[in-house]
Design a binder for this molecule. Structure first.
Ligand code: NDP
Ligand code: 2IT
Length: 451
């Protein structure tokens, strides 16, 4: 049995009932096995054992009062996973499905993703089982303040810098930042994704979707292809999905799908800039459902179906897939459906959107498969650029930030490809991203001793 196999068995035993965490760890350890023989120092320093155990996991009660005057109790989390290469960094997710296992899987992935960005950031994640859907702005504000009332003592610009994720966007970051400032009496870069007027960075809202599209373009270039003229399916209709559509359009592609947790729309004519502006108003201002798109533009709506089920069941031809909603949204069946319907590239905007079975199907069918920790790293990379600007006390213009983002996505793509080739798996971006992300962190964990 390899060391990594033993470590995985222990993780399953010591973290029961956390299947998403097991899934994320298993995929990474499969890749890390390749380093065991070459790096006896990693074995000696027990880097594999140490990297799967969070530095700390903070769980707290979040009591708040709703508009009816009733007391509500949610649970808050912050898992600070690894700070070998920089302060803890990673988003906050507000969604009823949040539990400790979900936050641990996301925090674990973040270690390698953040390392890949080339910037000095450790890995963390947090959030709550609070559901912002259907809540008034004042309720969301009171929740955010209650959440920060505990979180503030665990974070700081050189300690841990949270940001957004599902259910946490500009509004929530604004309320949390305002309350942090009130509590600590400091105006610092303690959160990213801030509004432009109080320390935010241009391009941060766009960065995850733009980044996963840039990553797709890099993968296509290895086969002498470009996005221009290709048909894409995007899932979700939140932050990542919206800016993926924008960038695919700008690069001359056509996006024909969007979804939310209620269903999927298919618009064969393409979701152009005008329709996208309508979606942004629907989702970010009115906070409505994607079903309204079907009525507004007279296209098909599939209630209760994911984008991937609709493509599979309706036999819709696509070239590119950008899963941008949530974990495990593509399973083995729909992965086969995608391949059957012409899909030859998957660039993951969401975190861990493909099940292990789906990943195997993509690899077996020579699909250009860009795993989340590489493909969606543009978001946290631009958070890193926001931190740099906060430290410098100046702001870069759009062109400067976008140029840096593009450079980072190119570097991630190259480093992943190089690592995959160096360890005998050319073209396998899963192995490449895991190893390129890991080696930097592991070297520091050896250099800094057993801490
Ligand atoms: P948003 O909250 O802005 O949007 C999420 C979208 O996904 C919504 O359309 C939502 O539908 C849908 N969705 C979420 N959960 C489910 C579910 N369980 N079933 C069906 N649909 C669901 O989040 P983001 O766009 O920020 O995040 C999307 C993904 O991208 C997540 O996996 C996140 O971790 C990842 N990511 C985000 C980054 C960022 O910078 N924001 C960076 C890197 C990755 P509904 O409104 O109905 O819930
Ligand atoms: O999953 C992710 O990388 C994010 N939600 C963004 C994290 C960040 O700190 O910008």
């Amino acid at each position: 049995m390899s060391v990594c196999d033993e470590v995985y068995a222990k993780v399953v035993e010591k973290h029961p009932g956390q299947p998403e965490f097991h899934q994320a760890v298993k995929e990474v350890l499969e890749s890390l096995k390749l380093t065991e023989a070459k790096r006896p120092d990693y074995v000696k320093y027990k880097v594999y054992e140490r990297i799967v155990e969070p530095d700390r996991a903070i769980i707290f009660r979040v009591p708040w009062v709703d508009d009816k005057g009733e007391v509500q109790i949610n649970r808050g989390y912050r898992v600070q996973f690894n700070n070998a290469i920089g302060p803890y960094k990673g988003g906050l997710r507000f969604h009823p499905s949040v539990n400790l296992g979900i936050i641990k899987f996301l925090g674990f992935e973040q270690i390698f993703k953040n390392s890949l960005t080339t910037l000095p950031m450790g890995g963390a994640k947090g959030g709550s089982d609070f559901d912002p859907k259907g809540k008034s702005d004042m309720e969301v504000m009171r929740f955010c303040q209650a959440f920060m009332r505990e979180l503030f003592r665990h974070i700081g610009p050189d300690t841990d810098v949270p940001a957004g994720d599902i259910g946490v966007g500009a509004r929530e970051i604004g309320y949390m930042y305002g309350y942090y400032k009130k509590l600590v009496n400091e105006h610092t870069g303690v959160l990213t994704g801030k509004g432009l007027e109080y320390g935010g960075s241009l391009i941060r809202p766009e960065a995850t979707g733009y980044g996963s599209t840039y990553f797709a373009a890099e993968m296509l270039a290895t086969r002498g292809k470009e996005i221009k003229g290709l048909v894409a399916a995007v899932s979700g209709s939140g932050n990542v999905a919206q800016y993926t559509v924008e960038k695919v359009n700008q690069l001359g592609g056509k996006v024909i799908t969007l979804s939310d947790s209620n269903g999927t729309v298919v618009d064969e004519k393409g979701i152009d800039a005008k329709k996208l502006a309508w979606v942004m108003e629907l989702k970010n201002v009115r906070r409505g459902r994607i079903e309204e798109y079907a009525k507004e533009f007279n296209v098909a709506y599939y209630a209760g179906k994911s984008v991937w089920e609709v493509i599979t069941e309706q036999g819709i031809r696509i070239d590119l897939a950008f899963p941008s909603a949530h974990e495990n949204e593509i399973d083995g069946k729909t992965a086969s459906g995608l391949v059957k319907n012409g899909c030859f590239l998957v660039s993951e905007g969401a975190n861990m959107p493909s099940t292990p079975e789906a990943q195997d199907i993509f690899l077996d069918n020579n699909v250009l498969y860009g795993p989340a920790k590489a493909a969606n790293a543009g978001g946290v990379a631009t958070s890193g650029l926001e931190m740099s600007q906060n430290s410098l006390r100046l702001s870069w213009d759009r062109e400067e930030v976008d140029m840096r983002l593009q450079k980072i996505m190119k570097a991630i793509h190259k480093n992943a490809l190089d690592a995959a080739a160096a360890y005998g798996h050319p073209g396998n971006y899963i192995v490449g991203a895991n190893l390129a992300g890991f080696i930097k962190v592991a070297n520091v964990m050896v250099a800094n001793g057993v801490v």
